[in-house]
Design a protein around this ligand. Structure first.
Ligand SMILES: [Zn+2]
Length: 162
């Protein structure tokens, strides 16, 4: 997987990594030496890839490409998506969308569910770029996705908030 390193003035010592648009983003302190950074980044990369493999996400779908396809099909390609990523720290919800930043996170568990269910959650979060609340106009947007009803049923069946 591709690794992108971002040096930050605000960081003193810690280095961290996350998966964004299928790229491993490593955040490192500005002052860290190249040598130390390369070593730490390689370790983080290995750890992330191992973790993904364990969860059956060895080759997670390119979420950004999926989101753009759904954007074309259901929103006329009009939405500006900043980023979309799998997140492993969402226990009660399947996805979330930052209305202002236009960033979307979906639960890593969706990777193990049928594609049409994952697509529903992405459409749901995409609709939040237009409508931050669950208003009736929001549901009108979501229901453009033909399998909305079925997907909500599926998600309820697995026992989570849809
Ligand atoms: Zn919602």
């Amino acid at each position: 997987m591709e690794v992108k390193i971002i040096r930050s003035q605000n960081r003193r010592k810690t280095i961290s990594a996350r998966l964004v648009n299928n790229i491993i983003q490593v955040n490192a302190p500005a002052g860290m030496s190249e040598e130390k950074l390369a070593e730490a980044a390689a370790k983080l990369k290995e750890r992330i890839e191992k973790r993904l493999q364990k969860r059956g996400l060895a080759s997670p779908a390119d979420l950004y490409a999926v989101a753009q396809k759904l954007n074309q099909k259901y929103f006329g390609g009009e939405l500006k998506i900043e980023s979309i990523e799998y997140s492993t720290n969402q226990n009660s919800v399947h996805g979330s969308c930052s209305y202002k930043k236009r960033t979307i996170r979906i639960s890593h568990r969706l990777a193990g569910m049928p594609e049409w269910v994952r697509d529903y959650v992405i459409v749901h979060e995409l609709a939040h770029i237009i409508e931050p609340n669950h208003s009736s106009s929001f549901w009108q947007l979501v229901n453009r996705y033909e399998l909305s009803e079925r997907a909500r049923g599926f998600l309820m069946g697995v026992g989570h908030h849809a």
